[in-house]
Ligand binder design. Structure first.
Ligand code: NDP
Length: 452
């Protein structure tokens, strides 16, 4: 199960060349397009019409890109201007769907890579949802609640005209949690004079949100690991797990790892990581990160069994399973080799594209089970689709029912990627499997709907 670099078929290379020429300053977007186009050759051999019908040329160009000014006033009375983005990549399978990211690093390249990935991930879930992503270079760290509210209101003053339950349905991502979603939804409601629950997912459960949506991405990533290990006759029970990040995905990956009998031993943020040989104490972590909005070293200060390692990433810690859950390109080739050297069995991407291409290659070469984000972190968006269903039918499902549905969906995502990899001659390669299965669903729908 390796992803050895292959010469690309001429039509695919030609599309890739055009993408490079058109988007020369967008490295993350180019990385994401490479990864997909390099792995779907077997589908194109089976369905040559996909090439003849220009599916690839259209797929790599978003249906619509919106870039806008977000002016707001900070607590000192100073005017601030940020840049807002929404890239509506594909609505061929359903309304545009994908989160909003507020982080100082946000630019068009990052939003386009996330939107592109989202198209295939959403297809893989089997739900009727298209792909999009959005956000801003606004950084909520250190901002007061009032500043975050004014920013969110200004952001929505422009974005609302592009949204709607049948048009485009955002959710959270880095820097956009319960607080931000509340302010964004409130402003949409005010402007439109509609309580349109289905236009945003990740809402509070008291006002239209779904049980398990908050937990879904982290829980789903752990379910995915369990599925991969299960194929090998193994399980998470008794395993040591490294998780990066300490936000939404990381916290619930840690929680579910505990519930599955594993011991999660790391967490991180952009300042460094903590390793706790007694296992991460979830209550302390949540108090530090969610209640106090503090830094990860504050965790180590409260736990005698933990130590803080400044400016480093947790992949040097010996573990059986790694779940990168912070940000893109946070696990490189050297990290992958360190994990392999320490005997890692499985790596699953809780974050989007956290593993660099040469790191993926190194892991797969060493026989490590590797679950790409399109599959492993699809639980979040799949549960968003469940939230949309509940909003449309004015129902509320229990936590237990919702978690059972999430688990079944992750089983389905795993099986779709696994069987697609086998069908296309790359057994055990979940990257090829996920990309081919997602691409097939999108390409068939594009063919059926004509050139639009
Ligand atoms: P949060 O904002 O809740 O948490 C992000 C975490 O990652 C924080 O601990 C943050 O630390 C850390 N982080 C962010 N940027 C960097 C960086 N450059 N270097 C090191 N650490 C960093 O975000 P989420 O947990 O929601 O998202 C995490 C990842 O999961 C993202 O890639 C996102 O796209 C992906 N994802 C999220 C889904 C969801 O449902 N939320 C769904 C699917 C994927 P700090 O506080 O220092 O910035």
């Amino acid at each position: 199960m390796t992803t050895s670099p292959r010469a690309l078929p001429a039509p695919v290379q030609s599309v890739l060349d055009t993408v490079h020429a058109r988007n020369p300053h967008e490295p993350e977007f180019l990385q994401a397009v490479h990864e997909v186009l390099e792995s779907i050759a077997p589908v194109l051999e089976t369905h040559p019409r996909f090439v003849e019908d220009g599916i690839l040329e259209r797929l790599v160009e978003p249906e619509r890109q919106i870039v806008f000014r977000v002016p707001w006033v900070d607590d000192t009375g100073r005017l601030q201007v940020n840049r807002g983005f929404r890239v509506q990549f594909s609505s061929v399978l359903g309304p545009y769907k994908g989160g909003l990211r507020f982080h100082s690093s946000v630019n068009l390249s990052i939003i386009k890579f996330l939107g592109f990935e989202q198209v295939f991930k959403n297809a893989l879930t089997g739900q009727g949802i298209g792909g999009a992503k959005g956000g801003s270079d606004f950084d909520p760290h250190g901002r007061s609640d009032a500043e975050v509210m004014r920013f969110c209101q200004s952001f929505m003053n422009e974005l609302y005209r592009h949204l709607g339950e049948h048009t485009d349905v955002p959710a959270g991502d880095i820097g956009v949690g319960a607080r931000e979603i509340g302010y964004l939804f409130g402003q949409y409601r005010k402007i439109t004079n509609r309580h349109e629950s289905g236009m945003f997912t990740g809402k509070g459960v008291q006002w239209g949100g779904a049980e398990v949506r908050t937990e879904a991405t982290g829980y789903g990533a752990v379910f995915f690991v369990q599925e991969m290990l299960g194929v090998q006759g193994d399980s998470l029970d008794g395993k040591r797990v490294a998780v990066s990040g300490s936000g939404n995905v990381a916290v619930y990956a840690i929680a579910k790892a505990w519930q599955m009998g594993a011991t999660p031993v790391t967490a991180s943020d952009s300042s460094g990581y903590v390793v706790d040989d007694a296992g991460i104490d979830l209550e302390v972590l949540r108090q530090v990160k969610e209640v106090e909005r503090g830094r990860i070293h504050d965790y180590a200060a409260r736990r005698p069994s933990a130590r803080f390692v400044e400016g480093a990433r947790p992949w040097e810690v010996p573990v059986d399973v790694a779940i990168p859950s912070a940000t893109q390109n946070e696990l490189d080739q050297a990290d992958a080799l360190a994990l392999v050297g320490n005997g890692v069995r499985a790596v699953a991407e809780g974050a989007n594209m956290p593993t660099t291409p040469d790191a993926v290659h190194a892991l797969q070469q060493a026989g490590v089970l590797f679950g790409p984000g399109k599959a492993a972190n699809a639980g979040g968006v799949a549960t968003s689709a469940l939230e949309m269903s509940q909003n449309a039918s004015r129902q509320r499902w229990s936590f237990g029912d919702s978690e059972a549905k999430l688990r079944a969906i992750m089983g389905g995502v795993h099986d779709a990627a696994f069987t697609s990899a086998e069908r296309y001659g790359r057994p055990g390669d979940y990257v090829v499997g996920a990309n081919c299965a997602g691409f097939e669903r999108v390409a068939h729908a594009m063919q059926a709907q004509g050139v639009i």
